[in-house]
Design a protein around this ligand. Structure first.
Ligand SMILES: C[S@@+](CC[C@H](N)C(=O)[O-])C[C@H]1O[C@@H](n2cnc3c(N)ncnc32)[C@H](O)[C@@H]1O
Length: 214
């Protein structure tokens, strides 16, 4: 039996999204280079800035084999990573993805793409700041994917921690792109006193994979 990832409908949407990102993003990222704050983020409101296809497949693998529970995503953008996670939910036959996106226009586009895959029923897409929209997630999280703005990774992790099931996986993207901003986050998950075992994966822009060990 083939994975939902290779369902022609899902494949077509993902191929189209990855190709669109490859065309659309480079000039926007070039313009955003060196800019900070709202000037930078407003340029990125039209950008996919997605996981690569191999990072997406890795997310699928981790999600497909994770302990029973809910998957939480911080940073939906147009929904590429969300689709990889939702495909894993469909193949597990249980659970759901709760994802959140700050920008309403991006969330609307993510809804359209998700709808084209037929996976909408597996995804709870919330619009707003993750630190607010995911406050009510209080238990049963078996995988968290962190891909929003990097300075919020650590506060977001600390907020979500009480909701982690034993053995929960935490995947944090973009280590290669933001080594300075992510220093505190990495120090936290790599300190055994905080209850994780953690390693860097050289996939896409490099990801930190951590398991909640207790
Ligand atoms: C790198 S992109 C996410 C890419 C997406 N995971 C994918 O692979 O297609 C980061 C997204 O996080 C969103 N974001 C940033 N800070 C956020 C916050 N505090 N709450 C929710 N979304 C946020 C941004 O608007 C942006 O669309």
């Amino acid at each position: 039996m083939q994975s939902t990832l290779y369902d022609p409908r899902v494949r077509r949407v993902l191929d189209d999204m990855h190709a669109s990102a490859d065309r659309n993003d480079p000039p926007l990222l070039e313009k955003a280079r060196g800019k900070r704050g709202t000037e930078r983020t407003s340029l990125l409101d039209d950008a996919f800035i997605p996981v690569s296809a191999d990072a997406g497949r890795l997310l699928y693998v981790l999600a497909r084999s994770a302990a029973p529970g809910t998957f939480v995503e911080f940073g939906t953008s147009f929904g590429i990573s969300t689709i990889y996670l939702a495909a894993a939910v469909r193949d597990r036959g249980a659970g759901r993805v709760i994802t959140t996106e700050l920008h309403a226009g991006k969330a609307a586009r993510a809804r359209d793409y998700l709808s084209a895959t037929g996976l909408t029923d597996l995804v709870d897409l919330r619009v707003g700041d993750a630190l607010q929209t995911l406050k009510d997630v209080t238990g049963g999280v078996s995988l968290a994917f962190l891909d929003g703005w990097k300075e919020l990774y650590l506060p977001f992790l600390r907020m979500l921690e009480p909701a982690f099931a034993p053995g929960a996986l935490v995947v944090a993207d973009d280590l290669d792109l933001f080594p300075d901003v992510l220093r505190d986050y990495l120090a936290y998950v790599r300190d055994p006193a905080h209850g994780y075992v953690s390693a860097m994966l050289p996939v896409g822009d490099a990801m930190e994979l951590s398991v909640r060990a207790r």
